[in-house]
Design a protein around this ligand. Sequence first.
Ligand SMILES: Cc1cc2nc3c(=O)[nH]c(=O)nc-3n(C[C@H](O)[C@H](O)[C@H](O)COP(=O)(O)OP(=O)(O)OC[C@H]3O[C@@H](n4cnc5c(N)ncnc54)[C@H](O)[C@@H]3O)c2cc1C
Length: 377
Amino acid sequence: MRSFWERGSWLTFDVAIVGGGIIGISTAIECATRHPEWRVLLLERNLLPTGASTRNAGFACVGSLSEIASDIDLMGRDTALDLVRRRLQGLQLLHERCDENDIGYSEDGASEIFITDHSALARIDEVNAILKPLFGRDVFAERRDLITEYGVSDSVHTMIHTPFEGTLHSGKLLSVLWSMAARLGVHIRTGATVVSTDELNGGVELIVRTSHEDVTVIARQVVIATNAMIPSLANSAKLPEIVPGRGQVLITKPLTNLALKGSFHADEGFYYFRPIEDRVLIGGGRNLDFNGEQTASLDTTERIQSSLEHMLRTVVLPHHSEVEIDLRWAGTMAFTTTKQPYVDFVTPSTIVAFGCNGMGVALSSEVARECAGLLDR
Ligand SMILES: Cc1cc2nc3c(=O)[nH]c(=O)nc-3n(C[C@H](O)[C@H](O)[C@H](O)COP(=O)(O)OP(=O)(O)OC[C@H]3O[C@@H](n4cnc5c(N)ncnc54)[C@H](O)[C@@H]3O)c2cc1C
């Protein structure tokens, strides 16, 4: 049995947030900022966030030409424009919250590599015209000169450049956000896996598994931000379909004479790469095995890793003879069928927040703000 003191001070909260990734921690910060009087709890199953947020590529992006062209076809121009607006607002919030130096942010633009001709290239004027109200000028321009300047393969058909994209250090970003939440008084518990959430009269009972025991926590409201793992906790008919997607990455050992600058997208966003310090990070390749990559497993596979290495050696660094791989890893994304993030109540006191569709760096602050807004009501 719990003591009176334990129950009152350690196990009862106004809001419990499950998942310490970028959405969970940003939601905790929003709640603690808006309601300093609230007792806010963040529960993370591991010692550190271990899903996507500390395993991604660190692109602070709003979408490449081919991605936005495809979004316009999927959801119509107004909804596609609105999604870009939400990504921009999310990035703006992140900038207001974090010092650029602390999160390793730099804004060197982004380039989309077209290995062969592509229908999106003929739509550059259309996409620029749609985005103009948000950016005030053309977002995308063809820059074949950058193929030589950045030292990528001469066989690349063309390059489309945008100045409106940055990169950051994902590990530093999450670390800064966790520290900020702690300073705001958020109770952060690691090694705390939530195994069930049950609606009570006017609240939610969470069973939290630690290495030692199962602990019952009571919260007035709960936010589940466990990304592709949400269905195991939020078993509700209201929950939309969540498609898990493993993202695999590798990073080289330090290289000399790196000419790459900014971030790079290729093959409709299925490949992405960037320099970081004197190394190159490359990720993607999910389109080689959509079914196999529809998993929350954090293992890497030979098939995807060798395709990343092939792309690295032949397209990205064709003039570097000594490229050695330092680390390989994987993370999990959560995709929605609409490509829109989902933030809503699935039971009277439980919200789920997910579905950044591979753009959580930009979208998560905005998603967290929407989430905290719902909790306010
Ligand atoms: C390889 C890769 C590259 C990417 N590159 C980019 C990029 O460059 N730019 C970009 O914007 N986005 C990128 N993304 C997407 C971005 O990382 C995600 O959109 C974002 O991190 C999702 O954040 P989240 O908080 O929803 O999920 P997560 O970061 O996955 O957080 C969920 C957390 O919940 C915890 N958890 C799970 N179950 C439980 C439980 N039962 N109890 C307690 N805790 C639990 C997990 O340990 C995890 O820490 C990439 C993703 C991957 C995988």
